[in-house]
Design a protein around this ligand. Structure first.
Ligand SMILES: [Zn+2]
Length: 245
């Protein structure tokens, strides 16, 4: 065998080895991929600080902290992705695109305040509903109209087809939160939350208390409260998947 042929033979056996390894990786990936995909979306970030508490804590900080605690709670059972993992800004189409391209099974946007009603407090879970009287109590960022055409042309109102399942998911989470969180009652409402409108999977927006309310701010700084929140949301998701697998 000439040195050229020997070189080609070595290259071919190397290629076969790579292919075999790739097949093994693919096989592992397939079993791993059987897990449901959950995208957590910590609201705000970067220059967009969200609401601010009396003691100076920002909503963007609480939402990321809570998302990380929820992710830790979910990661053994599900594949969990965060739309942002640090303090940077991400526009709404970017958040939705991430979930849609991952073909996520659930999209959960996490917020903690900024209500138009100064006295707003407690916990709310919103599912997408184009026409709702509750719209006026949703915070500005979650509701704002996107100037870019991206969301309208790509995913606009696609959430309508998941409205019923999103509502079931919200109720399931509410039931668990009300069992385990003492500081406030959780309520479920439909609202035209723009961050949900383009999500092509069951999706909810959680207002985990209102940081602009001093009593809620105190609770949201408590590690035990955040951990109970994460456990309740995890249980709510588990219960939801028992019905909608
Ligand atoms: Zn927010």
């Amino acid at each position: 065998m000439s040195s050229t042929y020997r070189y080609i033979a070595v290259l071919m056996s190397f290629a076969l080895l790579v292919m075999a390894n790739t097949a093994e990786v693919m096989a592992k990936k397939t079993s791993y991929d059987n897990k449901k995909i959950i995208v957590l979306d910590p609201g705000h970030g970067g220059h967009d600080k969200g609401a601010q508490g009396m003691n100076g804590i920002y909503e963007k900080t609480i939402s990321l902290k809570l998302a990380n605690i929820i992710a830790k709670e979910l990661k053994d059972k599900y594949r969990v992705f965060l739309t942002r993992t640090d303090d940077y800004w991400l526009d709404i189409p970017g958040r939705i695109d991430a979930a849609n391209h991952l073909k996520a099974d659930l999209f959960i946007s996490i917020h903690s305040g900024g209500s138009f009603l100064h006295k707003a407090s407690g916990i709310s879970i919103y599912y997408y509903n184009e026409i709702s009287g509750s719209a006026n109590i949703l915070e500005n960022t979650a509701l704002k109209t996107i100037k870019s055409n991206d969301i309208q042309t790509l995913w606009h109102n696609i959430q309508n087809r998941h409205k019923t399942t999103s509502h079931v998911l919200a109720e399931s989470m509410k039931n668990c939160i009300n069992k385990h969180i003492g500081f406030a009652k959780c309520r479920v409402q439909g609202a035209p939350a723009i961050v949900l409108s383009g999500a092509d999977m069951p999706a909810v927006l959680i207002e985990a208390g209102y940081i602009s309310n001093p009593a809620d701010e105190k609770e949201l700084k408590d590690a035990k409260v955040l951990s109970d929140f994460a456990k309740s949301i995890s249980k709510g998701i588990e219960d939801f998947f028992k019905i909608h697998n």
